[in-house]
Design a binder for this molecule. Structure first.
Ligand code: 5GP
Length: 177
């Protein structure tokens, strides 16, 4: 386990500004909808979702899904598993998936497929960060916070062995395996 604090990649200030921008954009885009359902992906998205949802100005509900994938950086599609489902039906609802990170994109792809099969009125995706150079799955991210290099990142919900999630910035570490 690394003992030093992760090196800052994206500061707390930059994240705050970007989340406010995304919340404004989403609120404008969905301005004429009665309500949207924000689906957060546990555990990593809980902090991003909390800040994003509170910065938005349109009626919104929040629900969560738990997924598990194996291996560093996830996620062959076959390795993604649903471990906790939504509480409410999304049929006929405007759904915005909120992800912490898109790496290969297999997790988001699985999630969008799964939710699409439940007949939402619309389905979009928002992610805090993306390692675009590693994304191989055919996914489109409608709202993206930051593109990042191929490094292991922690903080703002993201972990390494379940640590560093509450770090207020996004930092990089070198995994010790
Ligand atoms: P995917 O490859 O399916 O896009 O991402 C699978 C999962 O791997 C992500 O949801 C996330 O849990 C994890 N992951 C990939 N890259 C990183 C990273 O740099 N940091 C952390 N904390 N998790 C990552």
């Amino acid at each position: 386990m690394p003992t030093t604090l992760p090196e800052v990649l994206i500061s707390e200030d930059r994240i705050r500004v970007r989340i406010a921008e995304l919340a404004g954009q989403i609120s404008r885009d969905y301005g004429d909808r009665d309500e949207i359902v924000m689906v957060g992906v546990l555990k990593g998205a809980f902090i991003f979702l909390a800040d994003l949802a509170r910065a938005m100005t349109i009626p919104r509900r929040v629900d969560f899904m738990g997924l598990s994938s194996y291996g560093r950086g996830g996620a062959q599609q076959s390795g993604v598993r649903l471990v906790m489902d939504l509480r409410e039906s999304i049929e006929g609802q405007h759904v915005l998936v909120v992800e912490d990170i898109v790496d290969t994109g297999h997790t988001l792809h699985y999630l969008l497929d799964t939710l699409f099969a439940r007949h939402p009125a619309s389905l979009k995706a928002c992610a805090l960060v993306q390692k675009r150079s590693r994304t191989v799955a055919d996914v489109s991210i409608d709202y993206l916070g930051f593109e990042i290099p191929d490094r292991w990142v922690v903080g703002f919900g993201l972990d390494y062995k379940d640590r560093f999630r509450t770090l207020p910035y996004i930092g990089t570490i070198t995994p010790d395996e």
